[in-house]
Write a protein that binds this ligand. Structure first.
Ligand SMILES: Cc1ncc(COP(=O)(O)O)c(C=O)c1O
Length: 392
């Protein structure tokens, strides 16, 4: 595998910067959903301070009172330059992008462009639960094409789902999670090219959610869907929100392949007004000047993945787990522990540690939990200790 270039390895690990006292002062979802005695490792927020270039850009904007409406293509230009440096992809054309409020609202808008009410949207469970909720909310039908036992795309299952989805003559879309949440699977160029070929054969439109793209493990190469042959009619969503912990600073980008430019051009202009100008400023600064910070984060996550594997092997060897290739999430198969369909409930009740239940992730989620690794090594260790205590 080709390594991704890393800018300034050796910067301080942002996962070690904040203690629990400071984190508990946060008012975001991760820290407010459970009482103080619960260690929260659930929703995809990271226990990190912001990258200094992001803080500077947002603080400068506040100083200046630069809090009006967003203008220009700076975010898309910063992403295009990042994509070129990081993934060797020079095909991100700023003219084929549009700002959207966030990735999930962007997904909804892309689905509106290429499908109608009642049409099928194919997803690969176990998968990020809002894929079900947002798709249903816009009156599309979720069709499952589960990942294989190796947690990778199963192209035969996908083809059967595509065939079924268009059998009644309706339109259909495939909501691809790349990299995949919760398993951390990074789809290869070959897999993505095969997806594109299938999509063309069945007339299914691909919408790729690439929000986790900046967060890959050492030595793993992320491949943008729109960079593979045959993906010209594809649409994708990218954002700095996961890589730099900016979910509260709303902004994301929709990208169209050359054959989808006319579709993206139909997106109503007012959709873009939902992004926050401060969000656009923060995301742009992250992509342009925050790669040194990102590399330090990725090194810290690599270490946490190894730590989690060691801790589980030592304390909970019956949990089956393969270290993720991307994301800061770990997908743990707890079925051998005999804790029933929802081990997260047991870990919370008996161990006072909050993980995400696997159940809302769809088929293949029962007996599993999702563990958020974007915490200090001490918190990761303490979480496993609490999980082990809950099973004793
Ligand atoms: C796959 C995936 N898509 C979208 C989101 C949410 O992104 P946003 O807050 O930009 O809607 C997440 C958050 O964890 C995610 O994991």
């Amino acid at each position: 595998m080709t390594s991704i270039p890393r800018d300034r390895p050796g910067g301080p690990n942002p996962l070690r910067a904040l203690g629990l006292d400071r984190l508990r002062r946060r008012t975001s979802m991760k820290w407010r959903a459970y009482p103080e005695d619960v260690l929260p490792l659930w929703v995809a927020e990271m226990d990190v301070p912001l990258a200094e270039p992001v803080v500077r850009a947002v603080t400068d904007a506040l100083d200046l009172g630069d809090t009006g409406y967003s203008a220009g293509t700076g975010y898309a230009e910063a992403l295009a330059a990042f994509a070129s440096r990081r993934w060797g992809w020079d095909g991100l054309e700023v003219e084929r992008t549009a700002i959207v409020p966030d990735v999930m609202l962007g997904v909804v808008e892309m689905l509106r462009l290429v499908t109608g009410p009642g049409d099928a949207v194919i997803v690969n469970p176990p998968v990020y639960p809002p894929f079900y909720q947002f798709v249903t909310h816009v009156d599309r039908r979720v069709t499952e094409a589960p990942l294989g036992a190796d947690l990778r795309l199963d192209l035969e299952v996908l083809e059967a789902a595509f065939r079924r989805a268009v059998a009644d003559g309706g339109r259909a879309a495939y909501l691809l999670c790349s990299p995949h949440n919760p398993t951390g699977t990074v789809h290869t160029a070959e897999e993505l090219a095969a997806v594109a070929a299938l999509a063309e054969r069945y007339g299914v439109r691909v919408v790729a959610d690439e929000i986790h793209a900046p967060v890959v493990a050492g030595g793993v190469r992320f491949v943008p869907y729109l960079s593979v042959p045959g993906a010209e009619r594809g649409l994708a969503l990218m954002s700095a929100s996961k890589g730099w912990n900016l979910a509260g600073l709303k902004a994301a980008l929709a990208l169209a392949g050359p054959g989808a430019a006319a579709d993206l051009a139909r997106m109503p202009e007012e959709v873009g007004h939902g992004a926050s100008h401060l969000g656009v400023i923060a995301h742009t600064a992250a992509l342009r000047d925050g790669t040194g910070w990102l590399d330090a984060l990725l090194a810290g996550l690599d270490a946490n993945r190894r730590l989690l594997a060691d801790q589980l092997a030592g304390r909970l060897p019956r949990i089956a787990h393969r270290p993720a290739e991307a994301t800061y999430l770990a997908w743990l198969d707890c079925r051998a522990l005999g804790l029933g369909d929802d081990p997260a409930e047991v870990f919370l009740r008996k161990g006072r540690v909050a993980l995400s239940s696997g159940l809302p992730f769809g088929t293949g989620g029962d007996g599993r939990v999702r563990f958020n690794l974007a915490a200090s090594p001490e918190v990761v260790e303490e979480a496993v200790r609490r999980m082990a205590a809950a099973t004793a």
